[in-house]
Design a protein around this ligand. Structure first.
Ligand code: URA
Length: 250
């Protein structure tokens, strides 16, 4: 290649890469790849190469996209987008339905009554909210009366269309985190991911797969608040999940 062509490519690459703030400067041609032409000034023998983003950084960048998302009407009526919480390389991921009043006000998933019960379940499994990852199938609060986010008891399940539009963010989260196992909480997230019609009472505790990741559906914690006799089933399901995480067998 002629030196002028070579410099053109080098400069083009450099100016493209300079747009990113997380590029590190690295010398090239330290090895046998060094071209024999010695006339290239030393300054120009440097290009910018990308330091791979950590999972945490990738999630933060995705969080910003979600914060600005208005792809469905939920994005225009919610107070705060609720991206997710937890360890960016968690083995275990919980996926709920969608933010409610408390989550909408704080921007954190599962912090209301159902969330506090989920936290207890997680702790009973010997884990914490910071060692697992908690997310929802939709990131914005689905409201019965979207004009009144200050009203309590204004929650509704997301529609199939809302789930379909938002699922790409969850898919990206799963792809970044790469959990060993997913627990879907309740009918919405189970149906949204598996596209199955069975009631949650029938599909709970079964071993499913989503994009190559093991998945166990269980009851939503709000169902346990309404009917505490369901708690034993959730615990049965969580024991399966723990066994898998401890042994790799299911
Ligand atoms: N219910 C959910 O499904 N998700 C939350 O974040 C809170 C309550």
């Amino acid at each position: 290649m002629k030196q002028s062509e070579y410099l053109k490519i080098l400069n083009l690459a450099k100016s493209t890469l300079e747009d990113y703030d997380n590029w590190g400067e690295t010398e090239i041609y330290k090895t046998s790849q060094k071209p024999s032409n010695k006339t290239i000034p030393e300054k120009q023998q440097k290009i910018f190469t990308k330091k791979p983003l950590t999972s945490k950084e990738q999630l933060e960048s995705l969080r910003k996209q979600v914060d600005n998302c208005k792809e469905c009407s939920l994005g225009t009526t919610r107070l705060k987008a609720v991206f997710g919480h937890g360890f960016a390389n968690a083995d275990l991921m919980f996926i709920g339905e969608g933010p409610g009043y408390d989550e909408d006000h704080k921007g954190e998933p599962f912090i209301g009554r159902a969330g506090q019960l989920l936290t207890k379940i997680i702790e009973a499994m010997g884990k914490t909210r910071d060692t697992v990852y908690i997310a929802n199938i939709v990131k914005c609060h689905p409201m019965i009366d979207p004009s009144n986010p200050e009203k309590r008891e204004n929650d509704r399940p997301p529609t199939p269309l809302e789930m379909q539009v938002c699922k790409k963010y969850l898919d990206m989260q799963i792809n970044i985190i790469q959990p060993k196992i997913i627990v879907t909480l309740g009918a919405s997230s189970t149906k949204g991911l598996l596209n199955r019609e069975e009631p949650i009472s029938r599909i709970r505790g079964t071993i499913q797969e989503y994009n190559g990741v093991k998945l166990v559906p269980t009851y939503h914690p709000s169902a346990l608040l309404r009917n505490s006799s369901l708690k034993k089933f959730v615990w049965e399901d969580m024991k399966k999940v723990m066994h898998f995480l401890n042994t790799g067998e299911i």
